[in-house]
Design a protein around this ligand. Structure first.
Ligand SMILES: NC(=O)C1=CN([C@@H]2O[C@H](COP(=O)(O)OP(=O)(O)OC[C@H]3O[C@@H](n4cnc5c(N)ncnc54)[C@H](O)[C@@H]3O)[C@@H](O)[C@H]2O)C=CC1
Ligand SMILES: CC(=O)C(C)=O
Length: 251
């Protein structure tokens, strides 16, 4: 199951996993987009279903996992990908914004881990949990205090869950994309440019200037990394953040 699989990085991950032979549940708030991705996967010979889901609502996430397991005949991998990326200069952040962003990004990831863990236990096997952080969850990014904070939190939860669930043959890892051509990133670039009285392209370049490989990321670049984390070649890897950012951060 891929949360936020209706567009952007989640869409690319859903298609990649379907190509790799997974039956995929696309759990998104936007059911029209999720259904469109399902049609495209089916047209390509894959198997997928759409489930309307709000990841900030624990019951909704548990319901999505149950639906996925019932309709697809099993449950092996969850990709907690859905997220919000508002531009929030530090003094502008409101309590309402704080609640919304933390509930989707952090609580949504936690509910996904809980729901997947419950399902793996019920089915009597282990599985893989894969969480979306960001290069902005590795190094604080200007104007993204709320967002960066949630993405640091997701790396923390990933490390703890990896330790807590290892004995049940469950691995827990994260992926950290860089500057990816999706609606979220174009929106951030637009607002950063606008706040500085500059163009959207200028906004994008303020984020893109440190990419060692010298190009922006396609969603498929990230999906390639997640395909690895979802498959058997990553079986001896847990608690890690795989940076798929063209070399923005080195560790
Ligand atoms: N685009 C980028 O440059 C980067 C993105 N990321 C992370 O990758 C993930 C995906 O990002 P994008 O594809 O760029 O975002 P996007 O905004 O283009 O797509 C997000 C998807 O999540 C869905 N969604 C939003 N709130 C939801 C909720 N409450 N419940 C269920 N679904 C919900 C949306 O309907 C949409 O389909 C996010 O976690 C983001 O933080 C990380 C680093 C860079
Ligand atoms: C949106 C995001 O994750 C960035 C700028 O790294």
């Amino acid at each position: 199951m891929v949360t936020g699989g209706g567009q952007g990085i989640g869409e690319a991950i859903s298609k990649r996993l379907a190509n790799d032979g997974f039956a995929v549940a696309i759990a998104d708030l936007n059911l029209d987009n999720a259904n469109k991705v399902v049609s495209e996967i089916e047209a390509d010979g894959g198997k997928a279903i759409a489930v309307k889901t709000d990841v900030s609502d624990r019951d909704s996430v548990f319901n999505a996992v149950n639906t996925a397991a019932e309709k697809l005949g099993g449950f092996d991998v969850i990709v907690n990908n859905a997220g919000l990326g508002p531009t929030t200069p530090i003094d502008t952040i409101t309590p309402e914004q704080f609640d919304t962003v933390y509930h989707v990004n952090v609580a949504g990831t936690l509910w996904g881990i809980q729901a997947a863990h419950a399902k793996f236990k019920e089915l009597g096997h282990g599985g893989k949990v894969i969480n979306a952080t960001s290069q902005a969850g590795v190094v604080g990014n200007p104007n993204l205090a709320l967002y960066s904070g949630t993405k640091f939190a997701i790396r923390g939860i990933t490390q703890v869950a990896a330790r807590d669930l290892a004995a049940e043959d469950i691995t827990v890892n994260a992926y950290a994309p860089g500057i990816v051509k999706t609606p979220m990133m174009y929106d951030i670039a637009h607002r950063v440019g606008q706040n500085a009285g500059k163009s959207d392209e200028w906004g994008m370049q303020t984020f893109a200037k440190d990419i060692t490989l010298g190009r922006l990321s396609e969603p498929e670049d990230v999906a390639n990394g997640v395909g690895f984390l979802a498959g058997p070649d990553s079986n001896y890897i847990t608690g890690q953040t795989l940076e798929v950012d063209g070399g923005m951060q080195f560790h």
